[in-house]
Design a protein around this ligand. Sequence first.
Ligand code: B12
Length: 221
Amino acid sequence: MTPLVSEAVYNQYFNALLQGDRARCKSIALSLLDQGLNILVLYEQLFRRSLYDIGELWANGLISIAEEHIATAVTESLISQLHEPGIANGTDSRRVIISCVTSDLHQIGARMAANLFESHGWESYYLGANMPITDLLDAIDRVQPHVICLSLALIEHLKILAVTIREIQLRHPRTPIVVGGGAFGNMDSHDQIGFQNVHVLQSMIELERFISSFGESRESP
Ligand code: B12
């Protein structure tokens, strides 16, 4: 994706984030939206990029866990403050369940996905981090979603993902499953992970394309 947030603006934002300066981060984000940038650009080029950079600093021992936690909290608060839900279309609304897999605590990508569906008028049921499989299955039975999204940051959790998908597909073989998160690294979106009806998507831009092309003709689950 062509960078639309300049290096200078990114650096200002990143420095403010490192200092935990939420007000400054918010004002930079708002001014980008005022300039007409799509929220997805902020998701990718501001929030994702800065948290990846924070992750590198943390992994190299250059910032403390506290600084990482503050940056994460600032980002989560901005994502929620800047979110503008679309209008769900009553009983005809499409429903989506979004969840992290069991044991995975990285929930920001999942939150972005939930917001994105909502801004397209879907009813999104966001289950958050570290979701036990049995409770996820119960929620799916109850909500009967048109799409199920799963997120995971850690490669170690790919086995849990496989178990989760298998369990879901035993009960709901026709419901499309979308998976994403840092665990997929540079995997191409067209790569298969060995399951039918499972889409691997790398970013919110790709998810937006998926949502936009989700066929009118699809039947309800
Ligand atoms: C914040 C953070 C945490 C927080 C998370 C809190 C929270 N509220 O989410 C906490 C402190 C809990 C945490 C814990 C750990 N973390 Co951590 N964490 C991060 C950090 C800095 C940012 C994560 C983030 O939000 N990124 C921004 C989001 C937007 O990016 P994203 O998740 O990739 O999502 C994008 C895409 O992947 C995609 N996407 C994501 N989900 C979905 C879902 C769908 C359906 C779709 C379509 C797309 C999609 O769209 C998003 C936008 O583009 C990352 C650094 C990094 N590179 O991400 C490390 C990182 C992921 N963590 C790491 C590690 C090692 C850990 C710990 C093991 C540390 C420890 N020793 O305890 C634990 C593991 C906890 C667990 N069991 O899950 C490593 C993982 C290395 C690896 N194995 O691959 C990283 C990469 C840091 C690093 N550079 O080493 N972490």
